[in-house]
Design a protein. Structure first.
Lengths: 112, 115
């Protein structure tokens, strides 16, 4: 497959560890946030989302935290597995505007 | 339940040519957005189509145009191709809700190489 990101920030973890991926978003008026996972040669895959009226949302093995004060978003992955290796993007959206604005991405490498 | 599909998967063109990329949205979705993803970067919004009309456009020149058909599928056309148009072109579909952010689901993309 083709490499999605050649010079992205990289987080290297061991299998079974918990991973935390951070994202700073740009628009204080954004009210909807999404995390996507992108594997090499594939399109972004939806992981979890959160709206601005929430601080935390949990899914299966994933948790998203939102801090609107400092415009910060994080994705926590519990018991990270080799299949979690990918590039992770946060995206923001503002109600009434159709476009998603993506962050720069973080490459997660999980070692067995 | 079929997800978002795109065709072709890969395409090679030369400068000055024109290209058409195609997208079929996820079942039940009525809105299609197009994004360009350069190598090593996040996707950049090109435009979005709903009810066969362009609803919002990103910072892309008029060489980029699109269309949505009554069955909600969509095409992206790029005229007068430049080397810098080489990228992964992503289609995302969603169901339009009133006033709230819409979850967009992406297809696998079309890799365009301009020589």
């Amino acid at each position: 497959g083709e490499s999605v990101g050649l010079h992205l920030p990289t987080l290297s973890v061991q299998e079974g560890d918990n991973s935390i991926i951070n994202c700073a978003y740009s628009n204080s008026a954004s009210d909807y946030f999404i995390w996507y996972k992108q594997e090499s040669g594939k399109g972004p895959q939806f992981i979890i989302d959160i709206r601005s009226n929430m601080d935390k949302r949990q899914g299966q093995r994933v948790t998203v935290l939102l801090n609107k004060t400092v415009k910060h978003l994080s994705l926590q992955i519990a018991a990270t597995q080799p299949g979690d290796s990918a590039v992770y993007f946060c995206a923001e959206n503002m109600t009434g505007f159709q476009k998603l604005v993506f962050g720069t991405g973080t490459r997660l490498l999980v070692s067995p | 339940d079929a997800g978002v599909t795109q065709s072709p998967t890969h395409l090679i063109k030369t400068r000055g040519q024109q290209v058409t990329l195609r997208c079929s949205p996820k079942s039940g979705h009525d809105t299609v957005s197009w994004y360009q993803q350069a190598l090593g970067q996040g996707p950049q919004f090109i435009f979005q189509y709903y009810e066969e009309e362009e609803r919002q456009r990103g910072n892309f020149p008029d060489r980029f145009s699109g269309h949505q058909f009554p069955n909600y599928s969509s095409e992206l056309n790029v005229n007068a191709l430049l080397l810098g148009d080489s990228a992964l072109y992503l289609c995302a579909s969603s169901f339009r809700t009133s006033g709230l952010g819409e979850t967009q689901y992406f297809g696998p993309g079309t890799r365009l190489l301009v020589l």
